[in-house]
Design a protein. Sequence first.
Length: 139
Amino acid sequence: MAITLSPSDLPAEALEWEFVRSPGPGGQHVNKTASAVQLKFFMDRFPRLGPADRLRLGALAGRRLNKDGSIGIIAHRHRSQEANRREAIERLLDLLHQAFHRPKPRINTRPTRASKERRLVAKKTTAQRKSMRQSPLRD
């Protein structure tokens, strides 16, 4: 069961926005306006995250995870603040979708008899090949 999220599902108290000058494209315009977006998402303020989801999200965030439990996302690819804001939200939603996806647990299986026999035959063949490389013993 896949959980779908939209930007309207994110509570405003879980998001903190900051707008700064962008190092990206824009020419002289970029020197006058704060078009880059720094989004902070506070995991503890988002009630739909369970403990396991929170752990997966923290692992997926990697170095974007701050000490205060927030995830920082910086978007400055576009010239307009609104486009950068949309991009930051999309990247956050992608992270959340990945965190909500529970990995299927691996079931341990035993090797078949035929695979064991193939392995032993391969080992004997390799041993014979290597023994032929040795020089004969002198008495």
